[in-house]
Design a protein around this ligand. Structure first.
Ligand code: AMP
Ligand code: MG
Length: 277
């Protein structure tokens, strides 16, 4: 049973129908054990994808402040080969970036074949924060859902495996996480008054997320709702979805690697026989 909820293309997402505290009947110990297994498999899959060079992965993480995007990256990628990974974090656009279309800064850093790319926030901010705060006219952001779908289908057609995770936390959980940061000086560096300010727009954000997930979940670039109130379950759910998505590619990667191996061996044999003869 999948631990994330895959948004069926064309369906209408209602986040209130999703329990952010879901743990699929697992306790923390069982969850950690399952995570370790799947994470080891992910490591193997990444190694093969990297060597085969036929596909890339683009994993997009979105979620409200404190939803655990950074924590998920640290946990899920901890065992991967850093040479094959790249994380891109999208901040408030610079003036230079704003002078281009909204996908420009994103397209420049999409993963090349073989690479495992992670976006910490993404082009979805351009239909989330931008919409909630009226940073561009409605007519402009309205067109972006279709533009995003076209962009992601272009990436998919070129071998990129696109997965998009929405880290779903409850409003209460966010409040607790924000308050916890105040309690410890060691955690207070993560605080920002802006997080409390953004929290006042909770409902507008949830609505914007519902639209983004509903309009932009496609067969080639699906959205997954991740129950994220429990950090261990969040990490498990993301890892499981990654493994389930990548596993079917394995035979083609192995085949590519075998072909490469045979070609290299033939090259070496030819070299040796030339030298000997
Ligand atoms: P953080 O992820 O905490 O480092 O914060 C990054 C900030 O950049 C968040 O407040 C985002 O909403 C903001 N941000 C990212 N992309 C955009 C964008 N395209 N337009 C406006 N704000 C953005
Ligand atoms: Mg933040």
């Amino acid at each position: 049973m999948p631990y994330t909820h895959r948004v069926t293309p064309g369906s209408h997402v209602k986040l209130k129908d999703h329990d952010a505290g879901e743990t699929a009947g697992l306790d923390k110990a069982a969850g950690h054990a399952r995570f370790a297994e799947l994470n080891a498999e992910l490591d193997t899959l990444q190694e093969e994808m990297y060597a085969a060079g036929r596909n890339s992965v683009l994993m997009i993480l979105q979620g409200m402040d404190t939803s655990g995007k950074d924590g998920a990256i640290r946990a899920v990628m901890a065992n991967l080969n850093p040479q094959g990974c790249r994380v891109e974090s999208f901040k408030v656009p610079t003036e230079h970036e704003l002078a281009h279309d909204f996908l420009w800064r994103v397209h420049r850093v999409t993963p090349e074949l073989g690479m495992f790319g992670v976006f910490n926030r993404s082009h979805y901010e351009d239909v989330l924060v931008v919409r909630v705060h009226d940073l561009v006219p409605r007519d402009v952001w309205k067109q972006r859902y279709e533009q995003i779908n076209a962009f992601e289908s272009l990436l998919a057609a070129n071998g990129t495996i696109v997965l998009k995770f929405f880290l779903h936390i409850s409003r209460k959980e966010q409040e607790e996480r924000l308050l916890a940061r105040e309690q410890e000086l060691g955690k207070a560096w993560k605080l920002s008054a802006g997080d409390w300010r953004e929290r006042e727009h909770w409902d507008a954000y949830q609505e914007a997320y519902e639209d983004a997930l509903s309009r932009c979940s496609t067969d080639v670039a699906p959205w997954y709702v991740v129950p994220a109130n429990r950090k261990w379950f969040r990490n498990l759910a993301i890892t499981e979805t990654l493994v389930e998505t990548l596993r079917p590619y394995r035979p083609s990667w192995k085949q590519a690697l075998e072909e490469m191996s045979r070609a290299r061996l033939a090259e070496l044999a030819a070299y040796r026989s030339q030298r000997g003869g």
